[in-house]
Design a binder for this molecule. Structure first.
Ligand SMILES: N[C@@H](CCC(=O)N[C@@H](CS)C(=O)NCC(=O)O)C(=O)O
Length: 305
């Protein structure tokens, strides 16, 4: 990973930013789109959760890569047969990189997951999770049962509140943990980790007596935050040095919110694979963990309710 001159980590923007809409280049259609993810990746997990909650499993098949991201990027099971990872069913690709180069031979960016793929044009529709979850929120409503079509994770009346939360949760929490872990100077690390915990303190207050962040219902704000919090104690506390407090030890309201979604809502639980999560971070970031030893704890990965 690259850091700036001052040692701080900056995430590059995603490159394929199309939407699926009637009359557009990418029309809503059955048997046309495919999702490539890693269980390890928080951004990809957002798309898995929304796909499940909206009942899109048959419409958008999913392929899971091996968590051991090496010099060629994310491998498929044909190259690294890790438990619960898949071969590429469409092109027998060896790495996610091959898909990007099929979509654009001149592509010069990062080979990231998630990837929403168009089987008709053999190209990437979108590789930005925050946009893929908005696509899943409504683009396929005509093909799914009414009760699923009515589910809306970005309702008009709550958009301002959701946008406001996203605007500081993304830099300070979702990406904040990476800014802490990938910092290459003491100053940039200290600044980033402080910002992570200030934001968690704020979230702890917001979640006092509440099951959801906004409007007493599940919205994309919860889903976007949850994927980071579920990784916090197992990975970010140790690997990314976010160790001022743990979630389970220091944030009772956030912990309750985390556990309720995991244990009471199947979509969150089945989208979480702790072996993939822990293996990926500790194995793949050799600059941070050159021995590639994966710690055994914490136990349990997530506490019971
Ligand atoms: N903006 C993207 C970020 C995706 C992303 O950074 N994914 C990471 C894994 S967690 C990745 O695939 N990294 C591969 C690389 O940087 O080579 C999104 O939210 O979808």
């Amino acid at each position: 990973m690259k850091t700036e001159a001052d040692g701080s980590f900056k995430r590059a923007d995603a490159s394929f930013r199309n939407f699926i809409e009637k009359g557009g280049r990418f029309e809503p259609e059955k048997d046309r789109y495919h999702l490539y993810v890693s269980y390890a990746c928080p951004w990809a997990t957002r798309t898995l959760i929304v796909r499940k909650l909206k009942g899109l499993e048959d419409l958008i098949p999913v392929t899971v890569v091996s968590p051991r991201m090496g010099s060629q990027g994310w491998p498929f099971a044909s190259v690294d047969n890790f438990e619960a990872s898949d071969e590429d069913p469409l092109y027998k690709s060896e790495h996610v990189k091959d898909l990007y180069l099929k979509a654009d031979p001149d592509y010069g960016g990062r080979f990231t997951v998630p990837v929403l793929w168009d089987k008709k044009n053999h190209t990437i529709v979108n590789n930005e999770s925050s946009e893929i979850i908005r696509i899943f929120n409504h683009a396929f409503d005509e093909f799914i049962p009414k009760d699923k079509a009515e589910i809306d994770f970005y309702p008009t009346e709550l958009r301002n509140e959701i946008d406001e939360l996203n605007s500081w949760i993304y830099p300070n929490v979702n990406n904040g943990v990476y800014r802490s872990g990938f910092a290459s100077t003491q100053e940039s690390y200290s600044k980033a980790v402080k910002e992570v915990f200030e934001a968690l303190d704020k979230l702890e207050t917001i979640l006092d007596g509440k099951d959801y962040l906004v409007g007493n219902r599940l919205t994309e704000a919860d889903i976007r935050l949850w994927v980071t919090i579920i990784r916090f104690d197992p990975v970010y506390v140790g690997h990314f040095k976010c160790n001022i407090r743990t979630i389970r030890g220091g944030y009772p309201n956030i912990n309750t919110w985390l556990k309720k979604l995991y244990w009471n809502n199947e979509a969150f639980k089945v989208s979480t694979n702790f072996n993939h999560i822990k293996t990926h971070y500790y194995w793949s970031h050799s600059a941070i963990n050159p021995t590639r030893i994966v710690p055994v704890g914490p136990f349990p990965d997530i506490e019971p309710l």
